[in-house]
Design a binder for this molecule. Structure first.
Ligand code: SDX
Length: 431
């Protein structure tokens, strides 16, 4: 970060403190408060970190007002149209688009790490068959540190690289095996002659009893969904990974923490919750009832797939996802999918309602993704695992950026304490 030649002045009880201001390459300036407690004896207060930059990063930029998302400077709509997921993985991880040789080498390294240690099959069998695939993913990914000891030393650059490739490569296998286990089917091993998305589809839907041909329409849609979910600045699960990593924990444990955070319905679990909401609405005539509930302060119901902490305009990923939903469902001959019709009418009615437009609540990445995934044959329980497969590259890239920073220190927020002041213990006979 460059030296600052500007400062903010903060006056507290008649004393003025100067706080350096740093400017980004694009986006809001930041006020550096690192010395504030040491000089002024006060904390800043920002639950939910709505006004806090937790780090400096060069990976992803979001302009919430414009509805813009850049990965290493490249806009998401161009990447979704012109690139493919493993190339986007390379871009996020190493900072530049690869040359043909670099891409071939990277894809080969990922392809040749897609298998799991055979002992892990028994790990899956420890779960109940009706376990949610996210519960299995949290457990299995955390357990990877028990199977891949030779890539857990984060001070070793080579081990960091191996752990990164292993996680990118094995996450689809883990997600697919979690799905197969939950439906009582035998796991399907990855194939090195298939691309990343095709391999994942085959591991999910192939059965030993017959050959499985990957539908190129589904494979392209799957790859695009992976691309659209790859990284998103300092969202809740990425911040979880960064905080876990700041203690020096191994990469597998940190990614497992990110998976656990992503599972929540306010975050990555929203795609499952959104499709379940659309199914509950069922028909367009019930939409006004649900919009009224979403607006009712006394009703905890919210429109799943709507709103965003950062985007106060359309989520650019939602636009691409909506276009993809139209294309995929038409190509699959299910363009009259009732869930898609409800979603489009719900979006239309919500965006005609001042409540949503005044609060700048627009469809986010989770609003249309579930419709495509359902049309592809996935159960709703697999929606968030698919998000986790994709977001692994974002978590890994942000993790790598952080632990490579010599200035890195353990994350340790403070608090506004509102509890009891010092008091003496009272023996039970005196209470
Ligand atoms: C993801 O951070 C990321 O980048 C996340 C993500 C990523 O790629 O990593 O983009 C992925 O998590 C997308 C978001 C998925 N979540 C959902 O779709 C769940 C539904 N959305 C809401 O829960 C909510 O919009 C959040 C959690 C996404 C954002 O919440 P904020 O920014 O904290 O907004 P808020 O809760 O302060 O709400 C502001 C106002 C409130 O009303 P008032 O108190 O001002 O009167 O808007 C209302 C809220 O009640 N509101 C909604 C709403 N979202 C916010 N009202 C109805 N329906 C909604 N969906």
């Amino acid at each position: 970060m460059s030296e600052s030649n500007r400062a903010a002045k903060l006056e507290i009880d008649g004393k003025t403190y100067e706080l350096p201001i740093f400017s980004p390459t694009v986006g809001p300036d930041v006020v550096d408060i690192r010395k504030l407690y040491g000089t002024a004896g006060v904390f800043t207060y920002d639950p939910g970190f709505t006004s806090t930059a937790s780090c400096d990063s060069t990976i992803t930029f979001i302009d919430g007002d414009k509805g813009e998302l850049l990965h290493r400077g490249y806009p998401i709509d161009q990447l979704a149209e012109k690139s493919h997921f493993l190339e986007v993985c390379y871009l996020l991880l190493y900072g530049e688009l690869p040359s043909p040789a670099e891409l071939e080498d990277f894809e080969s390294r990922v392809t040749n790490h897609t298998m799991l240690h055979e002992q892990m099959v028994y790990f899956f069998r420890g779960f109940r068959r009706d376990a949610h695939p996210m519960a299995i993913m949290v457990g299995v990914v955390g357990a990877m540190s028990a199977f891949y000891h030779d890539s857990t030393d984060i001070s070793d650059e080579w081990q960091r690289e191996v752990a990164s490739i292993r996680l990118i490569a094995k996450m689809p296998t883990i997600a697919a095996w979690a799905y197969k286990y939950s439906i009582g089917q035998p796991v399907v091993y990855p194939r090195n002659d298939l691309d990343y998305a095709s391999n994942f589809l085959r591991m999910c839907f192939a059965v030993p009893a017959e050959d499985y041909e990957v539908n190129p329409i589904l494979s392209r849609a799957m790859d695009r969904i992976f691309t659209l979910h790859a990284d998103h600045e300092q969202n809740a699960s990425t911040s979880t990974v960064r905080l876990a990593s700041s203690s020096g924990a191994n990469p597998f444990a940190c990614i497992a923490a990110g998976i656990a955070c992503l599972w929540g319905p306010a975050h990555g679990g929203a795609n499952q919750a959104c499709l379940e909401m659309l199914r509950e609405i069922g028909t367009p005539d019930r939409i006004p009832e649900f919009i009224a509930r979403a607006k009712d302060k006394d009703d905890p119901f919210r429109l799943m797939g709507f709103g965003h902490r950062v985007y106060k305009n359309f989520d650019p990923r939602a636009k691409v996802m909506k276009q993809s939903a139209d294309e995929v469902l038409e190509l699959l001959g299910v363009e009259n999918n009732p869930t898609l019709q409800v979603a489009k009418e719900l979006e239309k009615q919500a965006l005609a309602d001042d409540y949503f437009t005044d609060k700048k609540l627009f469809p986010n990445v989770d609003f249309y993704s579930g419709i495509i995934l359902e049309a592809m044959g996935f159960p709703t329980s697999m929606f968030t695992p698919i998000f986790a497969v994709s977001r692994t590259i974002g978590w890994i890239s942000q993790w790598k950026e952080m632990i490579s920073d010599p200035q890195m220190k353990i994350g340790r927020p403070r608090q506004l304490y509102q509890g009891e002041t010092l008091r003496d213990y009272v023996d039970i006979e005196n209470r």
